[in-house]
Design a protein. Structure first.
Length: 65
């Protein structure tokens, strides 16, 4: 994922798949609101996308099980 739009599409698709399978998972990580826009090393967006990847992996494991 490289954009918020891609992340939002991923969240929607995963939540739809979970609902369609009558499964539930913790909510996805919240979208950052504190980015200063300076391209910092370790930006809050990097952490968000990493956390979203872990959330997606947990959802895939739940759907596969």
């Amino acid at each position: 994922m490289r954009t918020l739009a891609e992340a939002e599409a991923l969240v929607a698709a995963v939540q739809s798949a979970l609902e369609g399978s009558a499964l539930s998972l913790r909510p996805p990580p919240p979208v950052p609101t504190t980015c200063c826009g300076r391209g910092c090393n370790g930006c809050v967006w990097e952490g968000y996308y990493r956390a979203l990847q872990f959330w997606r992996e947990d959802a895939v494991a739940l759907l596969s099980g």
